[in-house]
Design a protein around this ligand. Structure first.
Ligand SMILES: [Zn+2]
Length: 64
């Protein structure tokens, strides 16, 4: 188990498989800090959300 770098509490890890990639969300039980890893590498949340949302977001007419 990993520990939160901010408060030292145990991080809860949740694994998600999407598009053949392994996403891991680490959520702190103490201060609610959340970090993401993609295929074992740290990732910023916005880029992860973009990957996860590719098939969910409606295509904007102005983008065509
Ligand atoms: Zn924490």
């Amino acid at each position: 188990m990993s520990k939160c770098p901010a408060c030292g509490a145990t991080l809860i890890e949740i694994d998600i498989d999407q598009h053949g990639q392994a996403f891991t969300m680490q959520s702190c039980s103490g201060c609610d800090t959340r970090t993401w890893q993609v295929d074992g590498a740290p990732s910023r949340l916005p880029s992860v959300l973009r990957s996860l949302g590719d098939e969910c977001l409606p295509v904007s007419p102005t983008a065509i």
